[in-house]
Design a protein around this ligand. Structure first.
Ligand SMILES: NC(=O)c1ccc[n+]([C@@H]2O[C@H](COP(=O)([O-])OP(=O)(O)OC[C@H]3O[C@@H](n4cnc5c(N)ncnc54)[C@H](OP(=O)(O)O)[C@@H]3O)[C@@H](O)[C@H]2O)c1
Length: 339
């Protein structure tokens, strides 16, 4: 059972123009894929007991939303999540669940055809946010949005989101839904201190303009920003799944991200100091500090929901003392307007 007396408060944000109030950090559930399917094989399997513990600690630390997907083990992650919530005695109104439709080699009609399976896998928990996982379906964005709108009108899902959509695709999705009086509330994209492309490719700007929330995935750059891999660069033999084949996790790749990691450590060490720091970053850094100092990873994975002022917030953390280090040593990260 969740120990509510231990519950800490994380600031909450409204997702887009919806009435979903989400904690600034959510729990990513890709890791609960049970090593099933191509995408689900990315992470080593997590037992039901460990899954339950991770979810319990997340809830006790104020997290109120979970991000899963059809492709995370073809239902395995959704089932692990709902099974754990159920065992922990969590009522459906107490949590917000985001899942995703997998579009590759599929037509938009599959959105309606597969929704029953999604609801079944979530065993009674609502789909508060249903996202198109990638912009690569066999049907147009327009057709996909009409199918998503149908699901909202049929009360099968509450809100519509997209993921990995460009600024142009996001704008089109927004306009199609708007014609049916349905908001597009989020775009889930890769965003971390090591990948800040959305600040310069129009995604963040367009999202701000249209009132769409950005949900940042891989905010720890899949573990690189935790510092763990820089501490011990010998990755062979470690239980890190497919990451062992990714260049960024190998010694040469880690050399490139080292300044980024140092930046995080520097900020983590002083996370309580700058009063202007955005709360979501403060929490991320708090957690990162935790990970660095105690190797205690209670979050299987983290996500940040980001609203309009994130570039300002990111800028704010590059306070005088770390700004110099950052500008000097990171060449892979765009620092426009920051130095
Ligand atoms: N929409 C999309 O296309 C998309 C793409 C990617 C991710 N996502 C979503 O975003 C979430 C977060 O992104 P991410 O997972 O890619 O990267 P991340 O949050 O940046 O990094 C994953 C972190 O999870 C930790 N972790 C993995 N398995 C764990 C376990 N069993 N117990 C404790 N900690 C564990 C890793 O620690 P170690 O380094 O110590 O293993 C690593 O620090 C995902 O879960 C998923 O929901 C969405």
């Amino acid at each position: 059972m969740v120990n509510h007396s231990m519950k800490t408060t994380i600031p909450k944000l409204r997702l887009g123009t919806s009435n979903l109030e989400v904690s600034v950090i959510g729990l990513g559930c890709w890791q609960f894929s049970k090593h099933t399917g191509m995408i689900g094989k990315f992470w080593p399997p997590v037992s039901d007991e460990e899954t339950r513990n991770i979810i319990k600690v997340s809830l006790e630390n104020g997290i109120n939303w979970f991000d899963t997907a059809e492709a995370y083990g073809w239902g395995a992650s959704e089932k692990s999540l709902s099974g754990a919530l159920d065992k922990l005695g969590v009522k459906k109104k107490e949590v917000i669940i985001a899942t995703k439709w997998w579009p590759i080699l599929r037509f938009a009609g599959s959105i309606e055809k597969t929704i029953g399976k999604r609801l079944q896998a979530l065993t009674g928990y609502n789909i508060d946010l249903y996202q198109i996982h990638q912009p690569y379906a066999l049907s147009s964005v327009t057709q996909q949005m009409h199918c998503m709108a149908d699901l909202v009108e049929e009360n099968k899902i509450r809100y519509v989101g997209v993921s990995n959509f460009s600024a142009k695709q996001m704008r089109l999705a927004f306009q199609i839904l708007k014609r049916r009086s349905i908001p597009l509330i989020s775009n889930q994209v890769n965003y971390s201190l090591l990948n800040r492309k959305i600040e310069s490719n129009g995604i963040l700007k367009t999202a701000n303009e249209l009132g769409i929330s950005i949900i940042a995935y891989s905010p720890l750059a899949q573990g690189i920003l935790s510092g763990k891999f820089h501490k011990d660069t010998q990755i062979s033999g470690k239980n890190i799944g497919i990451r062992q084949w990714i260049p960024a996790f190998r010694s040469s790749g880690l050399k490139k991200s080292k300044p980024g990691k140092m930046l995080v450590i520097t900020m983590a060490a002083s996370f309580s100091a700058p009063p202007f720091m955005h709360p979501s970053l403060k929490i991320i850094l708090q957690r990162t500090n935790f990970l660095l100092s105690k190797d205690l990873m209670f979050f299987s994975s983290m996500m940040i929901s980001v609203l309009e002022n994130i570039p300002g917030a990111l800028a704010a953390v590059f306070a005088k003392n770390v700004r110099k280090i950052f500008c000097k040593s990171i060449s892979t990260v765009p620092v426009t307007g920051m130095c």
